[in-house]
Write a protein that binds this ligand. Structure first.
Ligand code: CP
Ligand code: NVA
Length: 301
């Protein structure tokens, strides 16, 4: 039997993604009603974190506990992976002990290598290229606030990073138009732009991208692993700060999202996260519910 992995949004069909979002909303309702639902009793999620995390770690760990299972946090500081044990061997061993493995890493190829040698589903908890779990939460949040995102216009402002690449995939999978406004030299992955075709427009001016948009998103100027570039990026990206005035140019019903952590005064103005158009806290909460739907989908027959 082939094992289902979730390394990218492209690992699911459009129909599967749509039902994952609906299921996330159902599981959120059940949780809020205090209903105990434990289909994952005795099931274990191994979580390998090669980068820092607040939301991803806590949402997977809390989600597994709520579903009746357990999660094990593994950092390279404490495991043999950090001392050079090959990814292939780690995958063979951990996948004989755990029912699914979540990995947050640098090179996306590490996830692919791990998945090739794993007997159980592997989930991408963020790589340098993609952050698909975040997009499940973002799409669930849009659905809850505004209904279907199909046919809407989304503006991505700033770095063409892992989140931006994932928004390109989301544009294809959830059927919306995406405008990316980024400085020269900081474009998203060309292969994904080519695949998306005229669904994605590349711009330089953030105001042009935001005009009439239904959803505006941004992210940090320097991602994890780019700490050495932080000063230079701050200089290059300053014109890409998202402000309340910028959102005034969008659709009157616009939502603002940021995967967090945010740097107030850098990619967002100091007051933006508190603006009524910002849904960043719902977005963060939905990591929990969306990923519960994901692990249920991957583990419950
Ligand atoms: N958005 C997100 O993935 O947050 P963490 O880095 O805290 O996990
Ligand atoms: N682009 C950011 C996202 C953090 C959740 C990073 O990779 O650091």
């Amino acid at each position: 039997m082939t094992v289902r992995h979730f390394l990218s949004l492209m690992d699911c069909s459009q129909a599967e993604l749509t039902s994952l979002l609906k299921r996330g909303i159902e599981l959120k309702d059940l949780h809020r009603q205090g209903v105990v639902y434990e289909p994952l009793k005795n099931r274990v999620l191994g979580m390998i974190f090669e980068k820092a995390s607040t939301r991803t770690r806590v949402s997977f760990e809390a989600g597994m506990i709520q579903l009746g299972g357990q999660a094990i946090f593994l950092s390279p500081r404490d495991t043999q992976l950090g001392r050079g044990e090959p990814v292939e061997d780690s995958a063979r061993v951990l996948s004989r002990m755990c029912d699914a493995i979540m990995i947050r890493t640098f090179a996306h190829s590490t996830l692919e290598t791990f998945a090739t040698h794993s007997r159980v589903p592997v989930i991408n908890g963020l790589s340098d290229d993609l952050h698909p779990c975040q997009l499940l939460a973002d799409m669930q949040t849009f659905l809850e606030h505004r209904g279907s995102i199909k046919g809407k216009t989304v503006a991505w402002i700033g770095d063409g990073n892992n989140m931006c690449n994932t928004y390109i995939q989301a544009a294809m999978q959830f059927d919306f138009q995406l405008r990316v406004a980024c400085p020269e030299g900081y474009e998203p992955d060309q292969a994904w732009l080519d695949r998306a075709g005229d669904r994605v427009t590349l711009l330089r001016d953030p105001r042009e991208a935001v005009a009439g948009a239904h959803l505006v998103c941004t992210d940090v100027f320097a991602s994890m692993g780019q700490e050495d570039e932080a000063q230079e990026r701050l200089r290059v990206f300053t014109p890409y700060q998202v402000t309340r005035a910028m959102l005034d140019q969008a659709d009157p019903e616009v939502l603002f999202m940021h995967c967090l952590p945010a740097h107030r005064g850098e990619e967002v103005s100091h007051d933006l996260l508190d603006d009524p158009r910002s849904v960043v806290w719902d977005q963060a909460e939905n990591r929990l519910h969306a990923q519960k739907a994901l692990v249920e989908f991957l583990l419950v027959e």
